[in-house]
Design a protein around this ligand. Structure first.
Ligand SMILES: *[C@@H]1O[C@H](CO)[C@@H](O)[C@H](O)[C@H]1NC(C)=O
Ligand SMILES: *[C@@H]1O[C@H](CO)[C@@H](O)[C@H](O)[C@H]1NC(C)=O
Length: 355
């Protein structure tokens, strides 16, 4: 008797689950992104370095965070949007044969507040040229309607004119991941860039299912890494009941989590399905951790200290800069022309070196 009741309950639950679980599927793309662990551990260091607020160290690639797997990177342009507290750089990684573009995440005084706000973000902008595709205006405009976009596009052009047809790799953490996605799409759609590769860490959702579908077709070589219980990839929320109205991630997620107990814990890197919203990946757990948001692959993804838009710069480095009326500025140099060293800077000398 009891078994029967139980069976009925199970069948009933399955029915409800399959009914409610129907989701709008993002169309699969044949060119799928291949997850490369080694590349992830390199790109996460670029995503970490862009948080450095000492612009001299960042521009000359002498910061503490610039010394690991990214050694030898040549920064071509460093864009700082003071007005909106944004930071990004473009440079050439010869070992990757690529232009690397990296965007910083939010640097508000409280990351907690920034995360709480994410619950209420509306899909309030029609993405230009893509019927039915809706995105969040704030994320979109952080890339499109600030000094960032112009600076990035200019540097990518310079790098490719000098070095030839390099690959383009775009990365970023958190809000920086959202900007990286818009940048990759912009390069592909508006600037005829081919094979743009994207890897983001702990990025929020940025658009609806229609947008995710366009994105997946246009920038198929995208990996969206999520870490354990990181709260940010769960936001803005995904509502299964309103598949047309809700935010929807694009593929392909790679979910990092721990398996096992006590001393027998394994780190798993799970490559998820092509839907963008694989229910067996980060969505299978509650997103309730800020700590998991701030460190990926053991690399810190935050400023050394939370201060609002603080920057430090050697006045001599500012010779490489252009400042606009609002105080936003861009540090840039022609590819491979001069290599500044911090120690020679302090002597007031400039060392020219050929690459
Ligand atoms: C993974 O990326 C690294 C670094 O770019 C590269 O050296 C390696 O060949 C790649 N592995 C595969 C299997 O593509
Ligand atoms: C871009 O931002 C400025 C303020 O920084 C605003 O006045 C303008 O309306 C925005 N433009 C668009 C197209 O959203």
């Amino acid at each position: 008797m009891e078994r029967q009741t139980c069976l009925i309950l199970v069948i009933f639950t399955c029915l409800i689950a399959s009914f409610c679980g129907r989701e709008l599927q993002v169309k699969h793309n044949h060119k799928v992104a291949v997850y490369n662990h080694t590349l992830a551990t390199i790109l996460v260091e670029y995503a970490s370095a862009v948080y450095v607020s000492d612009l001299t160290e960042l521009f000359t690639w002498t910061c503490e965070r610039c010394n690991g797997l990214t050694k030898g990177f040549e920064v071509i342009e460093l864009v700082v949007d003071i007005e909106n507290c944004l930071q990004a750089f473009v440079g050439v990684a010869k070992d990757l044969n690529a232009v690397v573009i990296s965007f910083r995440g939010t640097q508000e005084s409280s990351i907690q507040n920034w995360i709480e706000d994410l619950y209420w973000k509306q899909l309030d902008l029609h993405y230009p040229g893509m019927p039915d595709a809706m995105v969040h205006y704030g994320f979109y405009s952080a890339y499109h309607n600030t000094t960032i976009r112009h600076g990035i596009l200019h540097a990518v052009k310079e790098a490719r004119e000098f070095y030839g047809d390099l690959n383009i790799m775009v990365t970023g953490h958190s809000m920086g991941g959202a900007m990286a996605s818009f940048c990759a799409l912009d390069l592909t759609v508006n600037h005829e860039a081919k094979n743009v590769q994207v890897m983001t860490f702990g990025q929020p959702r940025i658009g609806n299912a229609a947008f995710a579908s366009y994105y997946a077709k246009l920038v198929p070589n995208t990996i969206r890494v999520t870490n354990d219980h990181d709260i940010v990839p769960h936001l803005p929320p995904y509502y299964t009941y309103f598949p047309q109205k809700t935010y929807h991630h694009f593929p392909r997620e790679v979910w990092l989590y721990n398996l096992g107990l006590g001393s027998m814990v394994y780190r798993v890197e799970k490559v998820c399905d092509g839907s963008g919203e694989d229910p067996t990946c980060s969505r299978s757990v509650r997103g309730n951790s800020v700590i998991d948001h701030l460190s990926y692959y053991g690399v810190d993804l935050k400023c050394q200290e939370w201060r609002s838009c603080r920057i430090v710069m050697d006045p001599r480095v500012s010779e490489y800069g252009k400042t606009d009326l609002k105080g936003n500025f861009i540090l840039s140099r022609a590819p491979a022309t001069s290599v500044l060293k911090t120690n020679t800077l302090s002597n007031g000398e400039e060392v020219k070196a050929s690459a």
